[in-house]
Design a protein. Sequence first.
Length: 166
Amino acid sequence: MVKKTLIGLLAASAATLALSAPASAADEVWWSLTRQVEPGGRIDAQVYSGLGHGCTPAGPVTSAGFTSPITMVGMGNWGRMGGSTTAIRRPGKYTASFPCSDGRKAVESFTITGTPPPTTTKPQPPTTKPKPPTAKPKPPKPAKPAKPQVAVKPAGAPQTGDGSRS
């Protein structure tokens, strides 16, 4: 029961979209592609060739962001075709496309999330040359010899007496 309801809703929404599309979208191909994926994640694509703006793929879906092209295969009602592949590991925005059998070209974009890896470039030498010395360095001043310490003779018993009276 739920499956029939969902199929009916899908057909109704597809018909609504087909009737509400502007005339300028006649060449546009409606298809779906995973919009955002982690590096190395799965990317799915599908098209409904029997629903007005769909098309029958005449070749695989290709992109620089795929590890291999997506070969679309028949999957069910309304000319549904689909397939999947794996995203490359380099984050960024990519475009995927495939040719239609009626001459149109289907194009969609997607994003591989994450931080791009650091670029591995050779370290650049410094752009400024070291400045030559402007003057000869002065030799260090010799340390002043310490003044000799004056010998202090103890004052005590022999000179002053031992404190007894004689």
